[in-house]
Design a protein around this ligand. Structure first.
Ligand code: UD1
Ligand code: CA
Length: 457
């Protein structure tokens, strides 16, 4: 049986007070609409029809999913009118699930329950009881049977006492949906075509109407304002934090932990407060991460210690940190940084597109860009690779056991042979042979009996 999913995303989102269409605002690093699309794909939708309107071009360019198509709704004359635009794109039969582009946390579990409750035969509504139902469509029942949904603005004072509300999500037999949508009228307080009017039509037709409930409230909360967006973000992050802690990850504070992508953790991982994980991050066994680190697209091997305020950004190339390495505090690892085992990167050290072999150390105030660094190298404080000549980038190759004295400039392309030593303060522009000492700086002079200037009276 075909499963079509219609996602409503044409609304303006005035209360966001933003030039960005509402459904493109981000939660946990993904747009609201992309969350819904990813869930839709997970449900095995044969077609996903997204209804766009406000900022349609921007929305259509920003999201992706398998079997996705867009239908435009201009102007926006209500949720029923929106659903009407999707009709030509739907299969002839099967089930249509209606979701909202601004309700990002709906789970596949709940959506599946709704689809099953529909079974291609019944109208299944997702409803929930709210302490404050103001503004929502109310579920009007007679005995246990659902009779209608009445919008808040159209409701009588008695109906406004009803706390069971329609969440905006339903599963409908596609054949019946098409028939009902063709009969909608806009004779209501708002002069809109209400999708919710199909409930009374189903009742009139003798089609059973059933209701399912989500596990938690967060699943059905929509985003209309920055405040609601932040509230959902925190609820989502808290749920993630709980899952990690259930798997044994030790978070110093689940309220100060953010995952904006996919984080995988080994056993005995400890994460201090205010850390952000973005993109694909893998932390091996026994990894410890200090406070306020930002880590994006990186693989951190077993027993690595990352001290506070470290920024690791693998971007598209990735960053790899080998087992037992120590990074930070205040270190910066950029795309293409690949560290072998037991590498030490200290404070204010930046590494980009460079490999460091086992046991190499750069402990203070240094830059390594486009460099190949051998085992046990000691890269002195204040040293840099001058890898860019203003037009092209060049490589610096540093052999095993090289000592680079403090405040050296290595002008690439240049190679330092195994065991070479660079005198502190040198500017190295020629290759250095294995085992040699290279010193390239002004010679020290001494002027004996030097008298300092004195101030004129
Ligand atoms: C709707 C329901 C209401 C329910 C509430 C849950 C109707 C008539 N009412 O309320 O019973 O309690 O959702 O949040 O359906 N949209 C379009 N085109 C339009 C109008 C809306 O695409 O012409 C989209 C919006 O972008 C949004 C969704 O439909 O994603 C819901 O619209 P919104 O205006 O928030 O819902 P209400 O009509 O207030
Ligand atoms: Ca709404």
């Amino acid at each position: 049986m075909a499963l079509d999913i219609v996602i409503m995303a044409a609304g303006k989102g005035t209360r966001m007070k933003s030039s960005l269409p509402k459904v493109l605002h981000k939660l946990a690093g993904r747009s609201l609409l992309q969350h819904v699309l990813d869930t839709a794909v997970g449900l095995g939708a044969d077609r996903i029809v997204t209804i766009t309107g406000h900022g349609a071009e921007q929305v259509e360019a920003a999201v992706q999913a398998a079997h996705l198509q867009f239908v435009r709704q201009m102007p926006q004359l209500g949720t029923g009118h929106a659903a009407q635009q999707a009709v030509p794109a739907l299969h002839a039969e099967g089930t249509t699930l209606i979701l909202n582009g601004d309700v990002p946390l709906i789970t596949a579990h709940t959506a599946r329950a709704l689809i099953e409750a529909c079974g291609g035969k019944k109208l299944a509504l997702l409803t929930i009881e709210l302490a404050d139902p103001t503004g929502y469509g109310r579920i009007v029942r007679q005995g246990d049977a659902v009779r209608a949904i009445v919008e808040h603005k159209d409701a009588t004072p008695e109906q406004r006492q009803i706390c069971e509300i329609y969440t905006g999500m339903m599963a409908v037999p596609t054949v019946a949906l098409k028939r009902w949508l063709s009969q909608l009228k806009n004779d209501n307080v708002q002069g809109e075509y209400y999708l919710t009017d199909i409930v009374a039509m189903a009742v009139a037709d003798g089609t059973p109407v059933v209701a399912a409930q989500p596990k938690g409230e967060a699943e059905v909360l929509g985003v209309n304002s920055p405040l609601q967006l932040a509230d959902l973000e925190r609820r989502h992050q808290h749920a993630l934090a709980e899952r990690f802690m259930e798997d044994g990850v030790r978070l110093a504070d689940p309220a100060r932990f953010d995952v904006r992508g996919e984080l995988r953790c080994g056993i005995d991982v400890e994460i201090d407060i205010n850390c952000i994980f973005e993109g694909q991050v893998h932390l091996g066994h026994g990894v410890r991460i200090g406070a306020s680190c930002v880590i994006r697209n990186a693989q951190i091997a077993d027993n690595v210690v990352i001290h506070p305020f470290t920024h690791i950004d693998g971007d598209t190339q990735g960053v790899k940190v080998g087992a037992g390495s120590m990074i930070g505090p205040f270190a910066r690892l950029r795309p293409g940084a690949e560290l072998a085992e037991e590498v030490h990167i200290g404070n204010f050290v930046e590494v980009k597109n460079s490999t460091l072999a086992k046991g190499a150390k750069a402990n203070h105030l240094a830059y390594l860009g486009d460099a190949t660094v051998g085992e046990r190298v000691n890269y002195g404080a204040g040293s840099i690779t001058a890898n860019y000549d203003g037009a092209n980038k060049h490589r610096t190759v540093i052999g095993n056991d090289v000592h680079v004295g403090s405040n050296s400039v290595l002008i690439a392309p240049v190679t330092l042979g195994d065991g070479a030593t660079i005198g502190g303060g040198s500017t190295i522009s020629k290759n250095v042979a294995a085992g040699d000492l290279a010193v390239a700086r002004g010679k020290q002079m001494a002027i004996s009996g030097w008298a300092r200037p004195v101030k004129k009276r």
